[in-house]
Write a protein that binds this ligand. Structure first.
Ligand SMILES: [Zn+2]
Length: 331
């Protein structure tokens, strides 16, 4: 009996040890020229470089005010932890000096909208007058988050809403949603009011998804992988995602106008976009991702910014990224 107990314990320990304790560190890709050969290292090195940044840097947070509807239970207790991690990850970039974080459930939707109206007026760059209602139409049909920035004052807003069931989803519990939204506020400052229609939609949203996984799970590669695989779950095991399909998706012939992605299922900009960002950051590190936005904010095109960060033309680079994602999805 004693022996059984000991071996059972050993087995439990074995199972609970992270996989990385056994696997050798994969070879690090260093450029778009060798990334295909070293594609086994993409996930690990994109996470590792982010994890090092977060450990080295201090947060660069401004004043944060959290507002919770009187009938609302916030989605998570980990908001400040998640926002802090993103702030450290992007400590080399300007961040909002004022941040308002709002939580509103269905019953507080009108209040939530009035808070958005008060914050944005007409200065958030688009029509925000029905955002709260659009994300929360009933107590069941209620799930969403968005970030906005008042272009006059520079202050940033993050708004989160979810049904009771929605609150139990892993991205809500772990506050990866909040990490994602906070990242959008940094992207937006880097863009300096440039037009988002010149940036691929997948790079804005998929990039934010890569950041949410890398920032919130910076302490554990296996947890990063789980979040990444949760986001990309619909892509695995499908024959649809050939290099050709992925290239058409990442670099549409119709250009970067956001309408180019309307014909795809909504989640593709998030999951394929995240995998493409992972390839890019495995080579250039997390700052390379934000540098692209900064360079666009300084007047460069996406193609020019990409080439200066990744030392390959976008036309060639997108082919490499598409091939690498397609072959990694097969594994
Ligand atoms: Zn987003």
């Amino acid at each position: 009996m004693r022996r059984f107990f000991v071996s059972f314990l050993a087995l439990t320990l074995l199972v609970s040890l992270p996989i990385s304790a056994f696997a050798a560190t994969p070879v690090q890709p260093t450029s778009l020229k060798d990334v295909q050969k070293k594609s086994q290292g993409i996930s690990y090195w994109s996470w590792k470089k982010a994890s090092e940044k977060i450990a080295q840097n201090q947060p660069k947070l401004g004043n944060i005010t959290t507002q919770i509807g009187t009938r609302t239970v916030p989605d998570t207790q980990r908001t400040s932890e998640a926002v802090n991690a993103v702030s450290r990850l992007y400590a080399n970039f300007e961040q909002p000096t004022e941040l308002v974080v709002i939580y509103a459930n269905y019953l507080d939707t009108e209040w939530g909208q009035s808070m958005i109206d008060r914050f944005c007026g007409r200065d958030c760059g688009y029509d925000t007058s029905s955002e709260a209602k659009n994300m929360c139409r009933s107590s069941q049909d209620c799930f969403g988050a968005f970030a906005a920035r008042n272009q006059r004052t520079g202050a940033a807003l993050m708004y989160q809403t979810a049904s009771d069931e929605g609150k139990r989803q892993p991205q809500r519990v772990a506050a990866t949603v909040e990490a994602h939204e906070y990242l959008h506020t940094i992207q937006d400052i880097a863009m300096k009011n440039s037009n988002y229609e010149q940036v691929p939609r997948w790079f804005v949203e998929g990039g934010a998804n890569w950041v949410q996984a890398a920032a919130v799970y910076s302490a554990s590669f296996s947890k990063y992988r789980s979040e990444r695989n949760r986001i990309a779950a619909e892509l695995f095991g499908s024959k649809m995602y050939t290099p050709k399909y992925l290239e058409d998706f990442l670099n549409p012939k119709s250009g970067f106008s956001w309408k180019s992605w309307d014909k795809y299922e909504h989640w593709r900009i998030y999951d394929i976009g995240m995998l493409a960002t992972e390839v890019m950051t495995s080579i250039g590190g997390p700052d390379s991702f934000m540098n692209v936005f900064s360079k666009i904010g300084q007047g460069k095109s996406f193609e020019e910014a990409f080439e200066s960060e990744y030392s390959m033309s976008w036309k060639q680079g997108v082919k490499v990224i598409s091939r690498v994602i397609a072959s990694n999805l097969k594994q």
